[in-house]
Design a protein around this ligand. Structure first.
Ligand code: SAJ
Length: 420
């Protein structure tokens, strides 16, 4: 059976690009989102998120009549669910969006449909979703009851695209296809082959769920290793950047880079799903999270020490000192400030420091609300010319391009190794 109409539930950073790419391949795509403003924006051919190359794909798809958005689901041949799965205060996953999405499509499901969960999810979520759907539609046979010939095929197929490169990675990355049964995997692979240039690698749903969590936990643990090294090296008066460069010349060592902490919407969240389900076993994964989450506070301590040295050397009072933070984004060369450790450090400094607080962030036009009244957005030139203490938080290329030998201030905290 071919897929004529596709429906993507959740039009955020993953759902919208996925919907647009299917539409660009000539499929009829109906996007569904609970946010009426996002729906209206998309139906005008515009986008409500920041991602390179996405705008013209959406615009073309809408103009050609292949893609439209709405707030409630209608019948389709395949449904892809790409809604958020945040965690709650106690680091327990919040599956309420997945449940709401599943229940919203249940009334329009028909025999032969495929339902794919793409949201990052704890192990067992796909089976749970299948149970919610089966409860809502007792008239249909689901894969948990009828493996070979179900009425509804269900699979877990996680996204693994890098923000900033989503449009290319969606097409080129290999895709893990976790069907609830082999028949479900085969059907899901058939769907992704519409646009995928990478391989469809088939497995079961639980393994695919764990695979997504494993990928981001692997990165988190490796970044935590680098961050822990930076603490140790500060104690031992060793340049951590040089140390890592040297160690990485070993043919089987590849250490990542320390920073002010770990941000973004995935790496700082997903490991907690493993910890929540396996509190006894996941000791290393939990510790990595704690190491990375503690890093902004360690950076604040470094700034406090540097300011103290500056006060002794200059004879000034703290209230006369200007501290400039370089960068707010959650990683280099992007304008995404959400879940950013640089933002956290800038806030910690601005709340503590009684003098003047400046921020240099060439990728934004104004400071976010969290820093309003606490700090001032200034130009790179002004900060370099007038600030007393410099704090490097994000290694944007524009900062890397500064000739560090020309920087006059000796009072610097460099969390990214830009001024080493
Ligand atoms: N970071 C470091 N040091 C490093 C690398 C990264 O401190 O050496 C920091 C970054 O500055 C940032 C955070 O880690 O604050 C995360 O950045 P990232 O570039 O590692 O990852 P994301 O969050 O942009 O995207 C990740 C990717 N996962 C992996 O590389 C395993 C992406 O492929 C996933 O699709 C995405 O999470 C997701 O949606 O899950």
């Amino acid at each position: 059976m071919s897929f004529n109409i596709l429906s993507v539930i959740g039009l955020g950073y993953i759902g919208l690009p996925t919907a647009a790419i299917f539409a660009s391949r000539g499929k009829q795509v109906i996007g569904v989102d609970v946010n009426p403003q996002a729906v209206a924006t998309i139906n005008r051919g515009e986008i409500h998120i920041v991602e390179p190359d996405l705008d013209h794909v959406v615009q073309t798809a809408v103009q050609q009549g292949n893609f439209s958005a709405r707030t409630t689901p209608v019948a389709a041949d395949a449904f892809l669910i790409a809604v958020p799965t945040p965690f709650m205060g106690d680091h327990q996953p919040d599956l309420s969006y997945v449940k709401a999405a599943a229940l919203s499509i249940a009334p329009v499901l028909k025999k032969g449909d495929l339902v794919i969960l793409e949201s990052t999810s704890p192990v067992g979520t796909t089976e749970q979703m299948a149970d919610w759907l089966a409860d809502a539609r007792p008239d249909l046979r689901f894969p948990q009851h009828e493996a070979e010939q179900p009425d509804i095929f269900i699979a877990y197929c996680p996204e693994r695209v890098l923000p900033g490169h989503i449009m290319a990675e969606l097409i080129k990355n290999d895709r893990v296809i976790g069907g609830m049964t082999p028949a479900c995997s085969a059907r899901a692979s058939e769907l992704y082959r519409i646009f995928l240039e990478g391989a469809c690698v088939e497995t079961n749903a639980r393994t695919a769920e764990m695979c997504k969590l494993t990928e981001n936990s692997f990165r988190d643990v490796n970044i935590a290793f680098a961050n822990e090294l930076s603490l140790i090296c500060a104690e031992q008066q060793i340049n951590v950047w040089e140390l890592i460069r040297l160690a990485n010349r070993h043919p089987r060592v590849n250490i990542l880079q320390p920073g002010p902490g770990v941000g973004g919407h995935c790496i700082a969240v997903d490991p907690w799903f493993i910890v929540a389900q396996n509190p006894q076993q996941a000791r290393l994964i939990r510790t990595a999270r704690e190491v990375n989450d503690a890093k902004p506070h360690w950076v604040l301590d470094q700034v406090k020490r540097t300011l103290a040295d500056c006060l002794i050397a200059s004879g000034k009072r703290a209230s006369d000192i200007t501290i400039a933070c370089f960068g707010l984004a959650f990683k280099p060369n992007i304008d995404d400030l959400r879940e950013s450790p640089a933002m956290e450090v800038a806030q910690l400094i601005a709340r503590w420091h009684s003098g003047t607080n400046w921020v240099v962030e060439p990728h934004v036009k104004s400071l976010p609300q969290k820093l309003t009244g606490l700090a001032t957005l200034v130009s790179l030139e002004q900060a370099l010319a007038e600030a007393d203490v410099l704090v490097m938080l994000v290694d944007h290329q524009v900062f890397r391009d500064i000739d560090s030998t020309a920087i006059a201030q000796p009072w610097r905290v460099d969390t990214r190794g830009v001024w080493q």
